[in-house]
Design a protein around this ligand. Sequence first.
Ligand code: NOJ
Length: 668
Amino acid sequence: MKKLAIFIFCFISLMCNAGESSYSLFSPDKKIEITVGVTANGNPIYYISKQNKSIINQSSLGFQLVGADSMLCRDLRIVDVKYSSFDETWEQPWGESRFVRNHYNEMTILLQENNQLHRKFKVCFRAFDDGVGFRYEFPQQDSLNYFIIQDEKTEFNIANARSAWWIPSHAEGSYYESLYRNTKIAEINSNAATPFTVALEDGRYIAIHEANLTDYASMTLLPASSTVLKCELVPWASGVKVYACTPFVSPWRTIIIGDKLGDLAESRLELNLNEPCKIEDTSWIKPMKYIGIWWGMHIGKYTWYMGPHHGATTENMKMYMDFAAKNGFGGVLAEGWNYGWECPYYDGNWFNFVTPYPDFDLAEICRYGASKGVQLIGHHETYGGVRNYEAQMEEGYKLYQQNGMHALKSGYVKPKFDKTEWHDGQYGVRHYRYALEKAAEYQLTLDVHEPIKETGIRRTYPNLMSQEGARGQEFNAWSADGGNPPSHVTILPFTRLLAGPLDYTPGVFNFKYPRKDQRARPQSTLVNQLALYVVLYSPLQMACDLPENYEGFKAFDFIKDVPVDWEESKVLNAELGDYVTIARKDRNSENWYVGSVTDEHARELSIPLDFLDAKAKYVAQIYADGAKADYRTNPMDNVYYEKNVTAKTVLKIKLAPGGGQAIRIVKK
Ligand code: NOJ
């Protein structure tokens, strides 16, 4: 790991009286300024500007605890302030960019109550060139030992918001699987999940999220006025929010600040606010493309349970292994291999994670795959039965490890765990972390469906490879509304993907499904599906369609060629909800890949290739929508051609309604 760490510690300790002082912190490039102080009644507050233009106006900080003397947000004074700086470049084991610079200035404010309890806590702010993070730190102290948080008082008073892009969280939006809404802040009518993206009146963008969500409740946002969003923690069933014990730290509250939309997606602030990798040997953690019987189940060709149409049979899995080996896929996913699916109650307590159905010979399938260089990807659907799962977890993980497997997809289809607790409350956060750490012990990577939102934990545990947590491709198989509208995939890179990789499962080539009652299909062209491999980042990318639907298609070459691990990534152009073009450089060659997608409108875009090596020549392999392509009437019309290009070339690309373009740029 390349490490260039400078740690300058400048120590300033100040004594001051409540209401008299405020303290400022600047980002390394001096453009972002954070100011922190206390009001006359001892309420801690902060505000943020960039280049003297306000981003966050005066906003409150603090807590309400359970019990007597509950308010830990007033009658406070600043008793100490410390400053420090940090600059390091670290290497990701896999990612959308190989190197990440972690450069910030830090200011830690110690607050103490004026009353006889003298309870104290710190607020630590970090100013980066691309945004701000802050968190609460509770030192060990006699008057605050075990405590329960009833409410976190953090506010975000957004200056000059034009509109917000958001989805509802837990109670109204299970698993973050909603379509994004674009409204005024005052029009938000339920708890909004984060990442929460705001377009400002002056053309800039901000995204509010959290980093390092560890043993705490997930933050949602509720409007308190037409400009103020208040942090609302997801509760336990009892209504309280967080059980804590000093010393204790909260997750980081993060605000990415972009002069343009693309800056949000290029920021690595979330990762920088997580701890370095805790897994010593990461050689078993490998990005890969995979296939599986998954789409066949969602379109009704196969069943999860054993029967005449069972998908996960030894014979079928071997057929998929053959196809994977022939076409360079690293893994084959097997859902519906274990007892529990036959239970008619859809209840997590029935799932068995150690006993395969009799027509699924786990050891033989793994042996067969290994002989061809393909691994079986395991599957654990819990149906929210977390207690049942945790009781079998070690045995289930051990079974996979003994069979040489390193990848597992997990699932939590039920809005409440063990019938009582939200996924996103402290109970759920604890479970997801437990599963991740246990999986690391058994050298298993996780692809979590119905997850807790990512908050950059993949830096610390890079075996957390991908997650769902969005309306994925599966809605295009069965959703009553016909499937994800074309604009959906133009929004995801600037909302959901700011949290981390997304297992969207692109790659539908056949738009006519076998079942007559099918109500949905992808609202995209075939080339749009190709472009998603570049636009929607994931180190695990599925080619979701049935093998027979890929045979004989030139467009399948793009899926075979496109890498899943990147040296660097750039947003070339974007308009939220309209279109986006992203370029990524392969980590293992000199080749670049470009993906562009549009909403329901046809578009012509100019793409300057000035990111290429100025001294080199390249050939662009272009997969484009055909002249008659249209996601409504003719999704499969596509053309392929090649063109010599250099860094001086400006490509003119045409996208059909719901269309896209996918380009592989090969260095000569
Ligand atoms: C929902 C998941 O998102 C999907 O991928 C999976 O196939 C089903 N649950 C069954 O586990």
